[in-house]
Design a protein around this ligand. Structure first.
Ligand code: SF4
Length: 282
């Protein structure tokens, strides 16, 4: 069996940077270290960090109750109000990905000019919640064609449309097209990050020429889910697995060529284990 691993599989620059910040801080003695939410959607990494004394804070209440220590902001970023709250009581290590910080700046500036903000993304996702929180006026989140078709704002409203960094590129353009037809005065900034665009394009191309496609990543990871959608569109035998243990023999039975890609928060060793298993077994 031929096994092809996507070159862009695995940690992106932003996740790598955030995980490095957590490990750097973990080395500091006599200091309580926290991350606001898991630093990445990967239990192996978060468990390892926990052993090194880096604990996860899951709620704003917990965060507000801290009076000392260091809080690491993960790559997804947070809203301005959360940022301000955290930095009042504790030291902040800001590992917000620069691509996400750029969206915060755009949203803040454009909404300050009176524009309403449309975020093409998944409502409730921490990155989207963070982006919303940098706008000073109205925000809307649009994730589907249905949402875009139903979208309506007040007459004469000016809009600024941005995207969640990991959104599906093709879908973003489709949704923008639907919104633009409504005739509002709108400016569009494609803020899907470069790492995501490349990973998605490569995954789609690979999926179109293999018999089965394996996407390795966390089930709660948004960018992994998007990769799965893209690959599934091209290859009906696409499987999303978290580790090699989820791989079952029937998935690859009768296949000659298998493709493998992985989400931005999947450590390389997990992808390597999958790759080695497939090569050994088939
Ligand atoms: Fe940054 Fe893109 Fe990685 Fe998100 S996917 S952390 S925006 S590089």
């Amino acid at each position: 069996m031929e096994v092809i691993v996507a070159k862009s599989a695995g940690f992106c620059f932003g996740v790598e940077r955030a995980v490095k910040s957590a490990y750097d801080e973990a080395g500091r003695e006599n200091e309580k270290i926290y991350t606001y939410g898991p630093i990445i959607h990967n239990e192996q990494v978060t468990n390892d960090l926990a052993k090194k004394g880096v604990n996860i804070i899951n709620s704003l209440e917990e965060l507000e109750s801290l009076d000392s220590g260091t809080v690491i902001m993960r790559a997804h970023g947070v809203s301005k109000s959360v940022y301000d709250k955290i930095s009042k009581n504790v030291k902040v290590v800001d590992a917000t990905c620069p691509f996400v910080s750029k969206i915060h700046r755009i949203v803040n500036e454009e909404s300050s000019k009176g524009k309403h903000i449309i975020i093409i993304g998944n409502d409730g996702h921490p990155e989207v919640e963070g982006i919303k929180g940098w706008a000073v006026g109205k925000t809307f989140v649009i994730s589907s064609e249905q949402d875009a078709l139903e979208f309506a704002d007040e007459m004469g409203a000016s809009l600024c449309i941005v995207s969640q960094t990991t959104f599906n590129v093709k879908k973003f353009h489709k949704l923008v097209e639907i919104i633009e037809k409504k005739g509002y005065n709108s400016s569009v900034v494609n803020t899907i990050c470069d790492a995501t665009s490349k990973r998605q394009a490569e995954a789609g191309q690979l999926a179109s020429r293999v018999d089965a496609m394996i996407v390795v990543g966390g089930v709660h990871s948004s960018n992994t889910q998007k990769l799965y959608e893209i690959c599934k569109n091209e290859c009906s035998k696409t499987y999303l697995i978290q580790t090699v243990d989820d791989l079952q023999d029937f998935m690859l039975a009768g296949c000659n060529v298998v493709g493998i890609t992985a989400g931005a928060s999947t450590p390389n060793n997990i992808t390597e284990e999958v790759q080695n298993y497939v090569r050994r077994k088939f």
